[in-house]
Design a protein around this ligand. Structure first.
Ligand code: NDP
Length: 360
């Protein structure tokens, strides 16, 4: 998939039009998938805006600890008052036929509980990354969704983004030759008081939050699962922010082909996300790689120079993932990034921390 700006404009126009007119699915005799959004924070806003641009998804429920905020957002998205829930009465969504699925946009340590409660209520689950905060939780989320016969997808937005898909295709087509090494990093300077600095809510530091993009990218770029993982953690800024989670993580990975990766992540510096792939026939670099838009892919390989700025404005990545998950529900297909994909990352994160002496 490679969507140009012009095509995006057309798709957006169609998507917006579809929001006001009956959707293509509705016209074809099927309905839009109705999502209840759990946790009305920053990422939920991107998702809700993205879902509006699809023809197969709608926001039909809200779950929040703040009723005033929920009321405001409900008015914006035309969510009826009787489809607004809080964390205590959430299980009542079981009786709401307008809600087919939930989008879990809560702090990391709450993902497992709300995924399992949603599954028990008979709702499909699109859960933000990181999937949860331990391997055991990931396994129980997968088991709960299987038992309830509902779908589970982890919101790895980059796996639905055209520039990343192009990079994967170039590598799979052999344009770079054999992959020898990958470098990737992503981080930011976290402010004091954020839940991300509280291990009880976050599970761990920047590897859970943003380093996971590098880990996941190394896996989909190589198409391989790492066999050896070694990590280091550190704190540079002793300013009170890093009492329960670490500030920095660096890690190395080795893949079955022999390809090696070195990655780092931080909560102490503005570290624009990037990846660089070094192959026997050339290199490919994406920088920035993990933003919501304006990604930039450059490469030199097989006698070609690539300089591809073409991307799709935010909230396209969220539109694409909502569109994918809704289609999977409508057509009874397995999502491209199911719970098992999140479980794999959780397993590797656990190994990286374990090698640094930290138990998850
Ligand atoms: P925010 O802090 O902006 O929002 C989280 C929301 O969760 C809050 O607004 C609140 O909603 C609800 N909440 C419930 N309990 C708590 C609590 N104890 N402390 C804080 N919030 C609580 O977080 P983000 O939106 O940035 O992150 C949410 C999830 O999304 C995380 O898992 C994160 O990793 C992931 N994420 C994914 C991104 C992506 O690109 N895919 C980017 C950013 C985040 P309310 O007031 O409505 O109850």
């Amino acid at each position: 998939m490679n969507v140009t700006r012009r095509e995006f404009g057309r798709l957006t126009a169609l998507g917006v039009a579809a929001h006001w007119a009956p959707s293509l699915n509705a016209q074809a005799g099927t309905k839009k998938i109705g999502y209840a959004v759990i946790g009305l924070g920053r990422i939920a806003d991107h998702f809700m805006r993205g879902s509006l641009l699809t023809s197969n998804s709608a926001i039909t429920g809200l779950v929040s600890g703040h009723r005033d905020k929920a009321d405001r957002i409900a008015a914006q998205y035309k969510v009826p008052q009787n489809s607004i829930y809080n964390y205590e009465n959430f299980d009542e969504i079981a009786r709401n036929p307008a809600i087919d699925a939930v989008y879990v946009a809560l702090p990391n340590s709450m993902h497992a509980e709300y995924t399992i409660r949603a599954a028990k209520a008979g709702k499909h689950v699109l859960c933000e990354k990181p999937m949860c905060v331990s391997v055991a939780e990931a396994e129980s989320m997968i088991a709960a969704c299987k038992a309830a016969n509902v779908k589970l997808m982890i919101a790895y937005r980059c796996q639905y983004e055209p520039i990343h898909l192009k990079a994967i295709k170039l590598i799979r087509d052999g344009q770079l030759g054999k992959i020898e090494a990958i470098e990737s990093a992503y981080g930011f300077n976290e402010v004091a008081g954020e839940w991300r600095l509280d291990k009880k809510l976050a599970g761990g530091g920047p590897l859970f939050d943003v380093g996971i993009y590098c880990l996941n990218a190394c896996r989909y770029l190589t198409g391989e699962e790492p066999t050896d993982l070694h990590g280091y953690t550190s704190v540079v800024d002793h300013d009170g922010r890093f009492t329960t989670v670490e500030e920095n993580v660096a890690w190395n990975m080795k893949f079955p082909s022999g390809a090696v990766a070195s990655c780092s992540t931080t909560y102490g510096a503005p570290m624009d996300g990037f990846f660089r792939v070094f192959g026997s026939k050339g290199t490919l670099e994406c920088d920035p790689a993990f933003n919501y838009d304006h990604l930039h892919l450059r490469g030199r390989f097989s006698g070609t120079r690539l300089d591809d700025n073409e991307t799709t404005p935010d909230p396209y990545q969220f539109q694409a993932e909502a569109d994918h998950f809704s289609n999977c529900i409508i057509n009874n297909q397995q999502p491209k990034t199911p719970g098992e994909e999140g479980l794999r990352d959780m397993t590797y994160i656990t190994k990286i921390y374990a090698s640094a002496g930290i138990k998850i």
